[in-house]
Design a protein around this ligand. Structure first.
Ligand code: DAT
Ligand code: MG
Length: 149
């Protein structure tokens, strides 16, 4: 089983879309194994987005993510990284397919509602940044034989 980091960004939380967003992953078959709400401090924001430092949108990205609380979660499933990215949709909501989270709820790249890890390796690094081992609730979701072969 693979894990991925998902962040409902400040716009998603303030617009009351947290439950809707979590529901989409749950209904698909991805399992929430860690979950919390927090106000992100600048240090954590800068670490999370370190790969984008120096890009023209970097300062705005940091301001956005620290502007109001976020809801952050670890999702678990087979190919969780790829499945979650597909459910999230393209980075720019105007290019995201209808039926994806960004395609259904977003209008602009700078307010694209949600973050999802883009590779298994980055997922592991990001999860280690946002969660500690004690944050995970070990539990077997009944019925996973109806989601996976
Ligand atoms: P994603 O969030 O789809 O993984 P990314 O990692 O390339 O996209 O970029 C991180 C965030 O930075 C993205 O969700 C929104 C913002 N961003 C990326 N490219 C941008 C651009 N060209 N203009 C404004 N914001 C951008
Ligand atoms: Mg990314």
């Amino acid at each position: 089983m693979e894990r991925t980091l998902i962040i409902v960004k400040p716009d998603g939380v303030q617009r009351g879309l947290t439950g809707e967003i979590i529901s989409r992953f749950e209904r698909r078959g991805l399992k929430v194994v860690a979950l919390k709400m927090l106000q992100v401090d600048r240090g954590l924001a800068e670490e999370h987005y370190a790969v984008h430092k120096g890009r023209p949108f970097y300062d705005g990205l940091i301001e956005y993510i620290v502007s109001a609380p976020v809801v952050v979660m670890a999702l678990e499933g087979k190919n969780a990284v790829k499945a979650a990215r597909q459910t999230i949709g393209a980075t720019n909501p105007l290019e995201a397919a209808p039926g994806t989270i960004r395609g259904d709820y977003g209008m602009e790249i700078g307010r694209n509602l949600i973050h999802g890890s883009d590779s298994v390796e980055n997922g592991e690094t990001e999860l280690a940044l946002w969660f500690s081992a004690a944050d995970y609730a070990p539990q077997e979701r009944p019925g996973s034989e109806w989601i996976y072969e």
